[in-house]
Design a binder for this molecule. Structure first.
Ligand code: URA
Length: 253
């Protein structure tokens, strides 16, 4: 039976990062076979040694891959911790889901579909520009958009720093909630991209909701709630990330 360093064992069971596990061990929160252990390098054999954290047994096996969809409300940050103590997405999911990371980001004020996973390959491919994964948004803007504004956004606009957005899908859905609703889809994910695209054509974003990511749809998931992906959704994701990447022209990455 193979022995592992205690810090590595805890990290691989989803307790925390390796460095954070070192701190947890040094704080005396971990017992091995009933005895408190303070050295992160202590060797343990999974299945033979009983490891406890704060008195609870730590799983013998590494967690299986997890895919969770969260409907992020506005005002919640997509970062692990915030030094100003503002709410983060982690507060909306139970710790029992283990270490899962967001696939890409949403701005603090953007709502909607946030995918969380511990599958690094899926996360990488869904966010890498060469995989051209579609992101779909509903954008409530303050002004009635002129046709030429929609055409410009479809073709691509200068969003600053010499960057031009790639062609986008843009359609006007009609007046809503005192503003005007657009459906917008893009295959890149630059920082604040939708907000910048709207600003360039003179539209003020009142609210922004991500409704879809590749094969995933937010659907009726209530704001602030989460759910595991279904088997069909997991398969659709796998199929998407198993594809060959698209060759991009120089300067597009
Ligand atoms: N575009 C934005 O401007 N913000 C987001 O959060 C996502 C896309």
């Amino acid at each position: 039976m193979e022995a592992h360093r205690l810090n590595k064992f805890l990290a691989s069971r989803g307790v925390a990062s390796r460095r954070r596990c070192d701190e947890i061990i040094r704080a005396g929160r971990v017992r091995v076979n009933g005895a408190t252990v303070l050295l992160p390098g202590t060797r343990v054999v999974p299945g033979r040694d009983v490891v406890e954290l704060d008195g609870c047994p730590v799983a013998e096996h590494p967690p299986s891959v997890r895919y969770v969809m969260l409907n992020k409300p506005a005002g919640v940050l997509v970062s692990a911790r915030d030094f100003r103590n503002r709410p983060t997405f982690r507060e909306l999911i139970p710790a029992s889901l283990g270490r899962i990371f967001s696939v890409g980001r949403l701005d603090k004020d953007t709502e909607g579909l946030l995918l969380l996973t511990n599958d690094g390959l899926v996360a990488f491919r869904l966010t890498h520009p060469s995989y051209q994964v579609e992101k779909r948004y509903r954008v409530l803007v303050g002004e009635l958009p002129e046709k030429k504004a929609l055409v410009s956004m479809r073709k691509g606009v200068d969003i600053g720093d010499g960057v031009r957005s790639s062609p986008a899908g843009v359609s006007y859905l009609g007046p809503r909630e005192g503003g005007h609703l657009l459906a917008l889809s893009i295959r890149e994910g630059r920082k604040r991209q939708v907000r910048k695209m709207c600003a360039v054509v003179g539209l003020t974003v009142r609210s922004l909701v991500r409704t879809g990511l590749g094969p995933l749809e937010l659907g009726e998931l209530p704001k602030g709630s989460w759910r595991e992906l279904t088997g069909a959704e997991r398969e659709a994701l796998r199929a998407l990330v198993d594809r060959e990447p698209v060759r991009l022209e120089r300067g597009k990455l």
